[in-house]
Design a protein around this ligand. Structure first.
Ligand code: PRP
Length: 202
């Protein structure tokens, strides 16, 4: 049996669609279920439904052979896994955002769920920043003066708009990736290759 860790949340609907188009039989209720492990006995596949940020951890430690997760999480966690495929969905942008006319050369405090991205982006600009680490609703920070700007994901742009913030710069483009545990990639290469070719052709 091969085990695949899937990221719950926003990305799960498109993940399930992609897997089904690739010919995999996911349970009909996979997007709604509270179960954390669902099995497809016929195709010998077990799915773990994990928090996105934990998917690289499950794969790195071999609890899952494969994982599907956003590039943002993958880079931020810098997990020791193989990145096999850009799956072409879950497209969004990681940006610096803040009040209009914010001068990036005057920024000193940056709120984010992505400390690594934020630090590296501003280091490349030659700026040392103080990272304010938040777990969500990051857009709140510049509104109340906790930070000068944020580094965060933008998908539709609605959260920024509704809070009077604008994109100041782009940090990275993000999409969903298929990743593999290093040992599984070598020891279970037939199953892994099979999965890659199924998902690549969709
Ligand atoms: C993400 C992201 C932005 C928002 C962007 O947060 O951090 O806040 O979505 O999406 P939009 O451009 O379509 O408005 P998420 O909804 O995952 O929740 P969180 O703020 O609790 O992390």
């Amino acid at each position: 049996m091969i085990t695949i860790a899937l990221a719950k949340g926003r990305i799960l609907v498109d993940t399930a669609l992609k897997l089904r188009l690739g010919g995999l039989e996911l349970p009909a209720d996979v997007e709604d279920t509270r179960r954390l492990v669902v099995a497809d006995e016929e195709q010998n596949i077990r799915y773990l439904l994990a928090k996105p940020v934990d998917v690289p951890t499950y794969v790195e430690h071999g609890a899952a052979d494969l994982g599907i997760v956003g590039k943002d999480v993958l880079y931020e966690k810098s997990a020791d896994v193989y990145e096999l495929l850009d799956l072409g969905f879950g497209m969004c942008r990681l940006v610096v955002a803040g009040p209009e006319h914010t001068d990036l050369s005057n920024v000193s405090r940056v709120a984010t769920k992505y400390p690594r991205y934020a630090t590296e982006y501003f280091r490349k600009l030659g700026k040392q920043i103080e990272v304010i680490s938040l777990q969500g609703s990051v857009e709140l920070a510049p509104l109340i003066g906790l930070a000068d700007c944020i580094v965060d994901l933008v998908e539709t742009g609605r959260t920024l708009r509704d809070n009077g913030l604008v994109v100041l710069a782009q940090v990275a483009e993000v999409s969903a990736r298929l990743v593999a545990n290093r040992r599984s990639y070598q020891l279970r290469s037939t199953e892994v290759d099979h999965m890659v070719s199924r998902l690549r052709t969709v």
